[in-house]
Design a protein around this ligand. Structure first.
Ligand code: SF4
Ligand code: F3S
Ligand code: FES
Length: 235
């Protein structure tokens, strides 16, 4: 099928502001939008810049805004993306633009680091590993699926309004450890999330849940963290 691609382009060395680059390609309807971007780069304009690695929805590096919605370019089929023969591709919003579809992820990862996304427990684990029941493991299973793609945080109006907001992805990562029975750092993480730019900046808008490519119940996880802050309980 013929596809008309409109891709936001920006080269800070020569462009004052981003503009739409327009490209006509031939594609299979079962191809992914990532394939279409690669076709443009490999056959029309080698200067097009975008991130990608695994091409299978695992690494989380190719989050872009396609037809106004955050997705992984490697997970969206062309036949599902094309509207009136056209697909628009833009960088995700709310992070500094570096070039074309590439944004600076450092502010996103700074929020991630702020919630201490690692097991905190200084006690001796004993002869074997720290044990956990299937029920205890299930308590935080959903939030273990996060691949840090940033689709959620960069579709959140609260984050667009204030980049200091820690954002849904960081809260999901905090949730993964706060509700892990082996972890003892919940109080430290909840203290970070109780700050003005913590969890209360979430206005329950749900964009994060709608775009998560891993189908994580992001808003539910945020609600559970809010409840833990109010009640002081981790049930
Ligand atoms: Fe991506 Fe979902 Fe993780 Fe957000 S919660 S970073 S959308 S995988
Ligand atoms: Fe934003 Fe999601 Fe809350 S979109 S306001 S973090 S429910
Ligand atoms: Fe890895 Fe799309 S390239 S998730």
């Amino acid at each position: 099928m013929k596809v008309h691609l409109k891709i936001k382009r920006f080269n800070p060395e020569k462009d004052k502001k981003p503009y739409w680059g327009e490209y006509d390609i031939e594609a299979d309807e079962g191809d992914r939008v990532l394939d279409a971007l690669q076709t443009v780069k490999w056959t029309i304009d080698g200067t097009l810049n975008f991130r990608r690695s695994c091409a299978h929805g695992i690494c989380g590096s190719d989050a872009v805004r396609i037809n106004g919605r955050n997705v992984l370019a490697c997970k969206l089929l062309i036949r599902d993306a094309v509207k009136n023969g056209q697909i628009t591709v833009e960088p995700i919003l709310g992070l500094p633009l570096i070039k074309d579809l590439i944004v600076d992820m450092e502010p996103f990862f700074a929020h991630y680091r702020a919630v201490m996304p690692y097991l905190i427990n200084d006690t001796d684990p004993g002869e074997r590993e720290r044990l956990q029941s299937p029920e205890e493991r299930a308590r935080y299973d959903d939030t273990t699926k996060c691949i840090l793609c940033a689709c959620c945080t960069t579709s959140c109006p609260s984050f667009w309004a204030r980049g200091e907001y820690v954002g849904p992805a960081a809260i999901v990562q905090a949730h993964r450890f706060i509700f892990d029975s082996r972890d003892e750092g919940a109080a430290q993480r909840l203290q970070v999330l109780a700050e003005p730019d913590g969890v209360w900046r979430c206005r329950t808008i749900f964009n994060c849940t709608e775009v998560c490519p891993r189908d994580i119940q992001v808003t539910k996880a945020i609600g559970e963290v809010k409840r833990a802050l109010i009640t002081g309980k981790l049930d």
